[in-house]
Design a binder for this molecule. Structure first.
Ligand SMILES: Cc1ncc(COP(=O)(O)O)c(C=O)c1O
Length: 398
């Protein structure tokens, strides 16, 4: 089951892709005087710069590619430590590890994003960057994180893969720190099946990310320069870019729809006495992909989840550090706390929260039950009542 953008794939995407196929020119670079070369990737990047209000956007092949390019851009090298939350998708950790860095985990707070106070405890002379992850569309506490980064001279790379379309104090997710990584995979706010984007206002970081993603080749953007890096191939292509342009055009309406659905759904859920929700660091700015309920005990969370065919976030596989055996083996090897129990506050929150879908319907994310952007008002109410019934049943049995 997909993210909200996938529910809205239609004629616009079909036409955009057909236009590129008819042109028969699929590579993102080429002779601009060749009428077959439609320059969709460049157009996507300029449009992303406009929509997200940043100086530079770079299309890539995935969120993971964007994270690697972003971390490379800020200069992460072997042995560098990068502070990351204990609740995130495994790609956040693997991106750091692939550059030779060491992910240093920190507890999340009840917003399910990294706790700034915990970041402070994790800073060592080897720390080079902070990597906040805007989990489930909720922005991290960026003001506090930027203050810490400034005080300690650290870079801030935002993992905005799950927060495309979200804002924090009016700024787009990904454009608040030094560099931001977005994902356009099947489960994200907007999608091209697979895809990604790097965003930044910093010309040097842009250039490094560009060269890294294009086998070390310098960009042709004005004011940038060749840093001569050893790169890789994370380039997008004209078909994906045309698809992404069509999805990007739908982003504002999609986020508006997500908020409409969530307001309705959460409105019903809020009437359930005693039911709590996770903290939102910018309530109107979140992308409203899910609605996270916080329950009183791990036991009742499991029981309510079971009645709804879902489970606590703890059971969302490779989104929770304690479920990642290979990452824990790496952490152990590098003298970092590892395994279940290493981050008790995160463990407790993971066991007592359920992510109800609003737009991202993804059992792998723990959001297997709920509504979606196509749900009617009646369906939204019915799903909320179904949750209420399960909640009351479990509570009455205690
Ligand atoms: C928080 C987070 N970071 C990174 C990624 C990686 O994105 P992609 O699957 O596009 O490589 C994802 C994707 O699920 C994610 O949720």
């Amino acid at each position: 089951m997909p993210g909200p953008g996938a529910f809205w794939v239609g004629e616009e995407e079909k036409q955009a892709i057909a236009e590129v196929l008819e042109s028969q020119y699929l590579f993102r670079f080429g002779d601009v005087n060749n009428p077959k070369f439609l320059q969709k990737t460049a157009a996507l990047e300029r449009e992303a710069e406009r929509v997200f209000k940043c100086k530079y956007a770079l299309a890539t092949t995935s969120g993971t590619a964007s994270l690697l390019s972003s971390l490379f851009a800020v200069g992460i090298k072997p042995g560098d430590e990068v502070i990351v939350p204990a609740y995130t998708y495994l790609a956040t950790y693997t991106a750091v590890i692939f550059l030779g860095g060491i992910p240093v985990l920190a507890e999340v707070d009840d917003s399910l994003t990294i706790d700034p106070e915990e970041i402070k405890k994790k800073i060592t002379p080897k720390t080079k960057a902070i990597l906040p992850v805007h989990m489930l569309g909720n922005l991290s506490q960026m003001d506090a994180i930027l203050d810490i980064a400034k005080e300690h001279g650290l870079a801030v790379v935002e993992d905005s893969c799950q927060a495309v379309g979200a804002t924090y104090r009016g700024k787009s997710a990904g454009t608040i720190g030094d560099v931001g990584a977005m994902s356009l995979n099947f489960f994200k706010t907007i999608t091209t099946g697979e895809g990604g984007m790097v965003v930044t206002d910093n010309p040097e970081y842009y250039e490094r990310a560009f060269e890294f993603h294009h086998q070390g080749t310098p960009s042709e953007r004005e004011g940038t320069r060749n840093l001569g890096v050893i790169g890789i191939n994370f380039r997008s292509n004209e078909v994906t870019a045309a698809f992404a342009l069509a999805q990007l055009a739908k982003l504002p309406a999609l986020v508006e729809r997500l908020h409409y659905v969530k307001d309705k759904f959460k409105g019903y859920l809020s009437q359930i006495p005693g039911l709590k929700f996770r903290t939102l660091n910018d309530e109107r700015g979140e992308s409203a992909a899910v609605c996270v309920v916080v329950l009183d005990s791990a036991e009742e969370t499991k029981k309510i989840g079971a009645l709804l065919g879902t489970g606590p976030i703890q059971e969302s596989g490779w989104h929770v550090y304690s479920n990642m055996d290979h990452i824990n083996a790496f952490l152990k090897e590098h003298g970092q706390p590892y395994g279940y129990g290493a981050y008790p506050r995160t463990d407790d929150l993971m066991a007592r929260t359920i992510a109800l879908s609003v737009g991202v319907v993804d059992a792998g994310l723990g959001a297997g039950f709920g509504v979606n952007v196509l749900s009617s008002d009646e369906e939204i109410e019915a799903k909320a009542r179904q949750f209420e019934e399960a909640y009351r049943k479990v509570k009455s049995e205690q």
